[in-house]
Design a protein around this ligand. Structure first.
Ligand code: FRU
Length: 441
């Protein structure tokens, strides 16, 4: 059977289940995207790192398994982590997950990518300091002026989310430096911390998680950021916690720097419920989930913008450009970009893929609806936004990322429609400028 949901640009596994992007790095002309992978089953019972590589952030080459759970310290999962270059080699740090008689124990493990794509796991590992539970994971490494720094997502003994910090002079011996950041808003656990350094500001990415402590289960979680600064191994926010994405499928982002210094973020493009995972239409083709497109992070006048890479625009061609109050057209099975520039104060309604995706703007409120393939009802979100001057839709076959006002807000969602449902309508109270582009790759 033809797979009409197979995405063109979004990274997907060849088979099995993908979750967090890991170890993102640009090295010797090549982009490395490792990821959490269950290559055996379409569930979360097994975790290793898979790898895909690219020379241009558009074409990806799957490289199969990269790090597998084959030691006593990672036997129950090679969990998330990050990468850093040192002395011409890629060094990664990840969490080794172990469970013995139901008791979790975590290790932060160092591995070096040696010749022929083989990782050599290093003997020194970090054990959880006192004051924390074993929900201690997802090391994020950065290079500070004269030393290395590791942030680890954590849960305190009294079940609050926090981030621990370690420092090192050589990536081998690590000193625990206490809590980097703690706040009630981090809920009961903070997964996947990331730190991005801009000229005069730092961006701290966090994934606060609510857990059912007794059952050791995730109940709800989301990804968000603070803008602030770092002083004496502590993060000091000067913004409130803000969600990174206002859509339905976005979690555990990771940021790296490319060859020209751009800060690029990828995330897991799923926050599916168990019922949605159960009914996920790609399961019949032996794989599940994808990553978001790489997005450039830009900090302008103290505000964060997320933008699609310019590579995509460079590789696309205009199919249609008009000014109108209403347009109806069909999507094809290619990757398409729609630019929509509404006039000031207009109300508008947008329906994509035969109502599978809907946007409605009125009274300064934007409502986003996505048809839930497991129930055929709509998942809905509404938020206030005082002015909309531009919306860019990046449409893959079963994944859409919607960038509002140059990436001031982003909405990410998976959707699943039939081939004959690829019908779109843009309708507005006032004239708008509109352009459709096809990606030519
Ligand atoms: C986030 C997460 C991480 C963990 C990994 C396991 O989605 O739960 O905290 O390292 O996934 O796959």
């Amino acid at each position: 059977m033809k797979n009409i949901h197979k995405n063109i640009l979004h990274i997907e596994p060849t088979h099995g289940l993908i979750n967090d992007p890991n170890g993102l790095i640009y090295d010797h002309g090549k982009y490395f995207v490792f990821y959490q992978w269950n290559r055996f089953k379409l569930d979360h019972s097994y975790k290793e790192w898979g790898l895909t590589t690219s020379f241009d952030l558009i074409h990806w080459q799957s490289q199969g398994s990269a790090l597998i759970p084959d030691t006593i310290k990672d036997k129950d999962g090679v969990y998330s982590g990050s990468a850093i270059p040192k002395d011409g080699k890629i060094h990664v740090f990840y969490t080794g997950n172990t469970k013995n008689n139901g008791n979790r124990k975590s290790y932060q493990i160092h591995a070096i990518l040696e010749k022929e794509n083989t990782f050599v796991k290093q003997p020194q590992t970090i054990e959880t300091p006192s004051g924390y539970t074993e929900h201690f994971r997802d090391p994020f490494i950065s290079k500070e002026n004269d030393h290395w720094q590791m942030l680890v997502g954590a849960q305190t003994d009294n079940h609050h989310g926090t981030i621990a910090i370690f420092t090192s002079d050589d990536l081998k011996k690590w000193q625990y430096q206490g809590k980097y950041f703690e706040n009630k808003i981090l809920d009961q656990m903070c997964e996947c911390p990331n730190l991005v350094t801009f000229k005069d500001k730092r961006l701290l990415l966090v994934c606060p998680q609510k857990r059912q402590i007794n059952l050791d289960q995730d109940i709800s979680s989301y990804s968000a950021y603070y803008i602030g600064k770092q002083e004496n191994n502590r993060f000091i926010p000067d913004s409130k916690l803000t969600k990174l994405d206002e859509g339905f499928d976005f979690y555990s982002p990771q940021v790296f720097q490319d060859k020209s210094g751009r800060k690029i973020m990828l995330a897991w493009m799923s926050r599916m419920t168990d019922t949605q995972e159960e009914a996920c239409p790609t399961k019949q083709f032996g794989y599940m989930h994808c990553l978001t497109l790489p997005r450039e992070l830009i900090l302008k006048n103290g505000k964060l913008y997320q933008q699609p890479l310019k590579e995509y625009l460079d590789a696309s061609q205009t199919r249609k450009k008009i000014e109108t109050k209403e347009i109806k057209f069909d999507s094809n099975l290619c990757f398409e970009i729609f630019h929509f520039n509404p006039s000031n104060n207009s109300k508008f309604e947008i329906s994509l893929f035969n109502d599978n995706i809907q946007l409605e703007y009125k009274n300064k409120n934007l409502t986003f609806r996505r048809k839930d393939w497991s129930t055929s009802k709509f998942n809905t979100k509404t938020f206030q936004i005082n002015e909309i001057y531009q919306i860019d839709f990046y449409c893959d076959r079963s994944a859409i990322e919607i960038f509002i006002n140059n990436g001031e807000k982003v909405l990410s969602a998976r959707y699943f429609c039939n081939e004959n449902e690829r019908k779109n309508i843009f309708l507005s109270s006032h004239n708008f400028k509109f352009e459709i582009k096809d990606l030519k790759i």
